[in-house]
Write a protein that binds this ligand. Structure first.
Ligand SMILES: NC(=O)c1ccc[n+]([C@@H]2O[C@H](COP(=O)([O-])OP(=O)(O)OC[C@H]3O[C@@H](n4cnc5c(N)ncnc54)[C@H](O)[C@@H]3O)[C@@H](O)[C@H]2O)c1
Ligand SMILES: [Zn+2]
Ligand SMILES: [Zn+2]
Length: 391
């Protein structure tokens, strides 16, 4: 089959790879209909997560049609249209029973491979490094879905592919940030990052009853999109005083909940670029954490800060003193999507959660390297490139 593979730092190619096969009794095979880029991929592309191998298939946000099921798959059958959670989890281990699905003991690779990323046993993820289970990604004609009853969700008939695709990753991630960030009716919420994930965190905050939601991003086209489609307020740090404005818009105290949906600055030049060129085995410098720092500085005293953006390692100059003296609650997680996806699909069916505007660049899978170039360099207003492998 055709698939998009990683060939080295920022080098991608569409090539032929072996078709996936059922390996376990709970596996199923999905013919991919839509598969989206994600900010998290930019770290992988640049070689900033350990052990990505040449030839690995990328992609983790996807929707498709079931073509084959293993003997212990109960909820799905050939022909079903499903959206698949980007996180792989078994549904039965301790963390899964606690509904902390992205910490699943069986989804990832365990401590030996997790340690280089500074984590003990991260749950799995499609199209990522073997430290996250080494599952082949979804930018391909077909994908193997392990623990299929757990990780795949039937899409209601009335919901289009373009909308349901976002129930795989960006929507549950955003919802989780608002939920675990403790957004309550009447709150003022600030979200750093107006990518698909930040926009859907902002939308979740609105649905959960926040009185004011402010999205902060230097990319003005994304801010305009957030205003138009989500009805939220925005701030451009290039031209506006973020701290002053946030205080002004929250009765002088600062937002009740601050969400970092930007993450470590994705690879560019300088130290990051040089270490990436030298090879991923060299440990690059600490993550750059401007958004997380600002979230802490600007949050109201006693408020909540939720870190949703990707940080793979240590962070320098993080204002821990402010967390303590200002009495903040600081949380973070990779998405526990399985908690939220059925509810999100219902909301999508009722028109409460609209996501298709985020799919700015739909294109055939053959053009995926160009799609990543457009997404990575923020060209042409790209928020998500969405690949369609075709019939
Ligand atoms: N926790 C999870 O499970 C999970 C799931 C999906 C994505 N993510 C992470 O969430 C983040 C957002 O994902 P995305 O797909 O929307 O990414 P994206 O790259 O499309 O968007 C990130 C946005 O953040 C903005 N930004 C960067 N630094 C900023 C700063 N200091 N202040 C304000 N804005 C800033 C960028 O301009 C960009 O618009 C990424 O770090 C991604 O890896 C986490
Ligand atoms: Zn993603
Ligand atoms: Zn589990």
């Amino acid at each position: 089959m055709k698939a998009l593979v990683w060939r080295g730092v920022n080098q991608l190619a569409v090539t032929q790879v072996p078709d996936p096969e059922l390996r376990n009794e709970q596996d199923m095979i999905v013919r991919v209909r839509r598969s989206a880029t994600c900010g998290a991929d930019l770290h992988l592309l640049g070689g900033h997560l350990p052990l990505l191998r040449r030839g690995d298939v990328l992609g983790h946000e996807f929707l498709g049609e079931v073509v084959e099921v293993g003997p212990r798959v109960r909820r799905h059958r050939a022909g079903d249209r499903v959206v698949v959670c980007s996180v792989v989890s078994c549904g039965r281990c301790g963390p899964c029973r606690r509904r902390q699905f992205s910490l699943c003991d069986n989804g990832g690779a365990g401590p030996a491979l997790g340690e280089p990323a500074g984590v003990l046993s991260p749950g799995g993820c499609y199209g990522s490094s073997p430290a996250l289970g080494g599952f082949a990604g979804s930018h391909a004609e077909y994908a193997r879905v392990p623990y299929a009853d757990q990780g795949a969700f039937t899409v209601p008939d009335g919901v289009t592919d373009e909308r349901a695709l976002f129930a795989s990753d960006a929507a549950p991630s955003g919802w989780m940030a608002a939920d675990l960030g403790g957004v309550r009716p009447g709150d003022v919420v600030a979200v750093w990052g107006a990518g698909a994930v930040g926009q859907l965190a902002a939308r979740a905050a609105v649905v959960l009853g926040a009185e004011r939601v402010v999205v902060i991003d230097p990319l003005t086209d994304r801010l305009r999109m957030a205003e138009r489609h989500l009805g939220v307020e925005t701030l451009d740090p290039g031209t506006q005083d973020v701290g002053g404005e946030l205080r002004e818009r929250s009765g002088g105290r600062g937002p009740d909940v601050c969400i970092d949906a930007a993450g470590a600055a994705a690879p560019g030049g300088g130290r990051w670029g040089r270490s990436a060129r030298l090879g991923q085995r060299l440990r690059p410098g600490p993550d750059r954490s401007a958004a997380a720092r600002e979230a802490v500085y600007h949050c109201r005293e006693g408020g909540n800060v939720f870190l949703l953006g990707t940080y793979a390692r240590a962070v320098d100059r993080f204002p821990l003193g402010a967390v303590v003296t200002r009495g903040l609650t600081l949380r973070g997680a990779r998405q526990h999507g399985h908690r939220y996806i059925p509810m999100l699909l219902d909301r999508m069916a009722r028109g409460e959660l609209v996501t298709e505007h985020l799919a700015t660049h739909p294109m055939p899978l053959d053009r995926a390297p160009l799609g990543y170039d457009t997404f990575r360099n923020r060209l042409d207003g790209c928020v998500r490139a969405v690949f369609e492998p075709g019939p």
